[in-house]
Design a protein around this ligand. Sequence first.
Ligand SMILES: Nc1ncnc2c1ncn2[C@@H]1O[C@H](COP(=O)(O)OP(=O)(O)OP(=O)(O)O)[C@@H](O)[C@H]1O
Ligand SMILES: N[C@@H](CCO)C(=O)O
Length: 349
Amino acid sequence: MAVFTEVEFGEADALVQRLGMGALRDLRGIEGGIENTNYFATTESGEFVLTLFERLSAEQLPYYLCLMKHLAARGLPVPEPVADPAVEAPKGHALTVPANAPCELLHTVAGKPAALVQRLSGHSELAPTAAHCAELGEMLARMHIAARDFPRIQPNLRGLAWWNETVPVVLPYIDESQAALLRAELAYQNHIAESSAYAALPRGPVHADMFRDNVMFATDGEPGSAPRLTGVFDFYFAGTDTWLFDLSVCLNDWAIDLATGVHDAARADALLSAYETVRPLNASERALLPAMLRAAALRFWISRLWDFYLPREASMLKPHDPTHFERVLRWRANHPHAMAQALEPLMAA
Ligand SMILES: Nc1ncnc2c1ncn2[C@@H]1O[C@H](COP(=O)(O)OP(=O)(O)OP(=O)(O)O)[C@@H](O)[C@H]1O
Ligand SMILES: N[C@@H](CCO)C(=O)O
């Protein structure tokens, strides 16, 4: 895990009581995650996750917490943040609320900005089948639609500007062939981002990190029954970006063979067709899907290189393997037509 900051039982107890959740019964550091400090907190009124934000600031956090609340209110399986009854929710249109206005969903624990969110039930499926991918695709499209009227705007903080800033920082650590690929791909993505086709892509609030380990499925089904998605969490890389980028992040994790970085057509087709049952891709999205699959691979190759070569202190921290996304990127760049077949039936329709 990442427990970057140790939390005293007494301090967590004081928080949950102030939020009206009853006395704290148990507080356990969570293994898994590399960004924030996470604890499972059991109180008299239920199960929660206490997150201390290690990198994000109190000005950036209301976007994520309010987005989770917005989606939960629209019936999406997203953890609802617990509000502080003593803090009044800001009035007026969200865009007119100053960034430093008090946010009822944001608390302070051990001197860090913190949130208490509902604990979701289920388990992550780390070896998903096409049926899991179909559940994911449908939920992703529903989430895009449900977030359309979310009034706040905040860029994807791990988007193009961050890639341009971070690539020079990681270049000294990698070999020449990797450096050549990284530079060439960054140049290609800067070029794509300036195109009119890119400007025409539909966009809105997106999760941008919906990997297998950030999604839960029911554990109560009959053996052999269809999987049922019960939750999506970890919205702390969300931001306003293209829906196609979000879909590409999912395809690059859920429909890739983790050992080789090779695309799995059956899982990709299931994910994409389920997405399109809710929201069909438009012509610009169809044209730019290969480029966005490369963009999504580049994004995680850069962040993994950065986490690997410039790590932070943590009690239990396992950085992810950067070479995995180098393989995915090479494969995507060499197979631009990998999704063509999946797109064809709808293009013909
Ligand atoms: N709302 C939730 N309900 C149930 N379990 C949760 C919830 N939030 C987090 N978890 C558990 O905590 C673990 C770590 O959380 P998370 O993935 O959000 O870590 P992180 O460090 O914030 O992010 P990252 O995945 O970006 O490294 C998850 O794998 C999951 O087991
Ligand atoms: N999902 C990310 C880690 C957290 O954002 C990765 O696998 O690199």
